[in-house]
Design a protein around this ligand. Sequence first.
Ligand code: SAH
Length: 395
Amino acid sequence: MKQIILKKGRDGAVRRRSPWIFSGAVHREDQDLEDGDLVQVVAANGEVLGVGHYQAGGIRVRVLAFGEEELPDDFFQNRLAAALDLRRQLGLLDDPLTNAFRLVHAAGDGLPGLIIDRYASVVVVQCHSIGMHREREQIAAAIRSLCGEAVETIYDKSGAVLPERYALGVEDGVLWGSDVSEVVILENGRRFHVDVAGGQKTGFFLDQRENRWLLGSYAKDKRVLNTFCYTGGFSVYALLGAAAQVQSVDLSASAISLTEENVDRNGDFTDRHQAHAADVMEWLKAHAEDDPYDIVVVDPPAFAKNKHKRHQAVQAYKRLNARAMRSVKPGGLLFTFSCSRVVDRELFYNTIVAAGLEAGRNCRVLHHLSQGPDHPVNLFHADGSYLKGLVLRVE
Ligand code: SAH
């Protein structure tokens, strides 16, 4: 097998089972290595430390198996079986009220570079590395053999997340089974239309399931504002939690129609729900600060995609959250989130502290939130812990 040799003294991270090998740790690599090749990772003393997918760029290798010299033939089958076993333990495989969950969460399931989401009988595979994408047929075969007839369609949605040089030749589409035009899922008994082909990510933000439920439990008789609503997940839970009124705001007109459609799927809420296509900052300034809400939800897209954007992103989170705090009635709640990987938990917390000072409001932390357990975090790879949330009581 082809090899990359690490610099002397740069093998600590792999020995600590971190799955990413950065280019700076590489001493030498075989000349004919191509994107997506399986490669042995070798320490300066010649010891083979593991096997992974090679890819030119900052993250040079994603390690799939530590302490192995090659991947066993049933590698994908085994890792997927283990991933399924966890979801079985979480009660997700036979829950009559929930049929959508993350089946594989990259390094959290020992499969760095691979995301698999399950939406009822549709499985969406998203490969973030070229190596995983080259294995997609094998991955689809493993899904079929493990899930059997419960899965009718396997859809590959990797084009937007793969490096451009490779993605030019990649088309998203059905790997196996039938078309995916109409997917409706159940989540805690709530119904949602998932736009697999056209939607953001794989179509739905499964990571907020538990947090949506929590919001629902606080919503009775409350006026709720759900900003960055996308598919209207938080809005639907608030309405079924007997909120007096819910306003949903998103910049995208298609997100607003998806929200309206999803609200309609869950009951007749015409008197209690309104959705608005608008910029959140503008909306808060124009409509919320003078007429504050009992509960405000702030779940923006990742403001920082890399370290260079971190400072700017923190400033944006601060301004947004200060404005959101001013839009909460004294004694009301703010549910605030960040999914930026480069803004860690501590930085997020400190940013919210700064927002509280800027808004001049005393706040207390009621809950620290994160992604659900079907998005497990590899203990040796904290990067997988990307979703951070706080529930504040704002005085
Ligand atoms: N809360 C959602 C996920 C939010 S995704 C859920 O639980 O499913 C982020 C959303 O923010 C996207 O739908 C995007 O259209 C929207 N968005 C991005 N910038 C915005 C802005 N400035 N104002 C309003 N919405 C914005």
